[in-house]
Design a protein around this ligand. Structure first.
Ligand code: MG
Length: 256
């Protein structure tokens, strides 16, 4: 009798486990950027409660007053625009910006806004991105009333994992990402021993539940991991769209 009970429990657990995994872990079932892959169902976020002030142990990377903690990809001063109201805006064509400092494991808070009125469609609408270690993109896109491929919509781990739900606010409204990132680990020979991991909340709603990228994110390809430094700069993408950012802070989890 006890044995029967045990087997049932295992069966139930395995069914629950498989369906949970199917919600987000079935990346290999789909070609990259497939337009057949189901897009995330829409969820309306709760009332806005932004900005979220940084806790006492956070490093404030951008508080609206200066771009001093940022540079362009060549190490020159960041050329994006301070626009008042605590915000900066992508200066299209000036290239990505990145932090002077490198980070590995981290909790990151970023607020962003899609251009309003919206312009363009699909990937050509409010596109930017938050790049952990400069390599792993959490997509920033105007995904409000804008169809694109599932692994490229807002809050996707670009080209790999669609978000669990689409919790996008309208263009012109501030949105938030809260990201928990763990860096990849390599052995002395440069072999991957532990992939990177992401948990992401978009506007306070879980959209990436401890997913493991198969390597750095990229367009039209999925490159493999390559051993490198444990800490690398955080990047923000210039995709030629005037996306805005504000209130960016990070907690360095490797110092705790
Ligand atoms: Mg992008």
């Amino acid at each position: 009798m006890k044995r029967t009970f045990d087997i049932s429990a295992v069966l139930i657990a395995s069914v629950l486990f498989s369906s949970a995994v199917a919600a987000q872990q079935s990346m290999s079932d789909w070609p990259q950027h497939s337009r057949e892959r189901p897009v995330a169902p829409i969820v309306t976020p709760g009332a806005p409660a932004l900005p979220v002030p940084p806790p006492s142990d956070a490093i404030v990377l951008f508080d609206g007053t200066s771009l001093a903690k940022w540079e362009d990809s060549k190490g020159a001063p960041a050329k994006w625009k301070l626009i008042g109201g605590g915000a900066m805006e992508v200066a299209p064509g000036t290239g990505r910006i990145q932090t002077h400092d490198g980070f590995g494991d981290a909790q990151l808070h970023v607020e962003w806004m899609s251009p309003n009125p919206p312009k363009g469609k699909d990937q050509d609408r409010g596109n930017s991105g938050v790049f952990l270690m400069g390599k792993f993109e959490v997509q920033v896109l105007d995904s409000y009333d804008n169809i694109t491929y599932a692994d490229g919509q807002a809050a996707s781990i670009y080209g790999q994992y669609p978000p669990l739900v689409n919790v996008s606010r309208k263009p012109g409204e501030w949105q938030s990402y809260d990201i928990v990132f763990h860096r990849p680990h390599f052995d002395a020979a440069g072999k991957l021993t532990k992939p990177a991991r992401f948990t992401v909340f978009h506007n306070g709603v879980l959209v990436q539940d401890d997913v493991e990228p198969v390597g750095p994110t990229a367009n039209m390809r999925r490159p493999p991991y390559e051993a490198g430094p444990d800490r690398l700069p955080l990047g923000l993408q210039d995709h030629e769209h005037p996306v805005r950012f504000r209130n960016i802070w990070i907690r360095d989890l490797e110092k705790h």
